[in-house]
Design a protein around this ligand. Structure first.
Ligand code: C5P
Length: 238
């Protein structure tokens, strides 16, 4: 019997007959400000599942190891069971969001070298920022594990900058999560969707991500539909 293992803000994790495989169920919910703002959007589960599946398959095809196995239905996917690092791994190519507010900058400055930040994943503590020595002291990840996490993050950044560029969008920043498989291999886990990245239209600079919801500046469903359509077109052409 499948058992509900975990309910997150926008996803559920279920066990399957195979102890090494989990079923992810996306929901239509969007949250912002660590769950302070919460709303449901038609088709959001389908759109996140579809976008994330396409991106994980693209990354796998280009040599990035991930937890992804396959899409199961419009709103479900199968993934490999991982022991998750309680880390949010953020990469920024352009100043925006909390980077801009933290340093009193406007949004839009392009960095020569991407900014790399770590956060401790804890709803109770509001995901505090941490550095690598914090993570080692707290036994969250060894120096070697962090090296591998950043190697994978840089590979993802290079591949996704290219993918989104082809789809007419700048990849401003994004958050990744990593886990360890039973054999010790570190893999990209969680999801990649406009919920956890910032995408700006290259020409108009329009926001094409969850900022439309966080900032009340557009319709989440129609923006995510556009992102999906552009990615599908770009992947088909290549
Ligand atoms: O809020 P901030 O500017 O630090 O976010 C940087 C990037 O990380 C954004 O793309 C945001 O969507 C993502 N993020 C996330 N989950 C969090 C915090 C940030 O997906 N808990």
């Amino acid at each position: 019997m499948a058992e509900l293992l975990y309910t997150g803000k926008v996803k559920q994790m279920w066990s399957t007959d195979d102890p090494e495989v989990l079923r992810v169920v996306y929901t239509d919910q969007a949250t912002a400000g660590n769950g302070e703002k919460k709303d449901n959007f038609k088709d959001k589960a389908y759109l996140n599942n579809e976008i994330s599946s396409l991106i994980f398959q693209y990354l796998e095809k280009n040599g990035v190891k991930t937890h992804f196995i396959k899409k199961l239905s419009d709103t479900e996917e199968l993934v490999k069971k991982c022991d998750m690092f309680p880390l949010e791994v953020v990469t920024r190519n352009i100043a925006a969001g909390h980077f801009s507010s933290r340093y009193g900058l406007g949004e839009g400055r392009k960095f020569d070298t991407p900014v790399e930040e770590l956060f401790y994943k804890s709803d109770d503590l509001d995901d505090p920022i941490m550095n690598e020595s914090d993570a080692i002291a707290l036994k969250i990840a060894t120096a070697e594990e962090q090296k591998e996490i950043w190697r994978l993050s840089r590979q993802v950044n290079r591949l996704l900058i290219e993918l989104f560029d082809g789809a007419g969008m700048d990849l401003v920043d994004f958050k990744l999560e990593f886990g360890k498989l039973a054999n010790g291999e570190i893999v990209l886990a969680d999801e990649f969707s406009p919920d956890n990245c910032r995408l700006w239209d290259k020409k108009t600079k329009a926001h094409m991500d969850k900022d439309v919801y966080r900032r009340d500046i557009g319709d989440l469903t129609s923006v995510y539909e556009q992102v999906l359509a552009r990615i599908e077109k770009t992947l088909k052409e290549n």
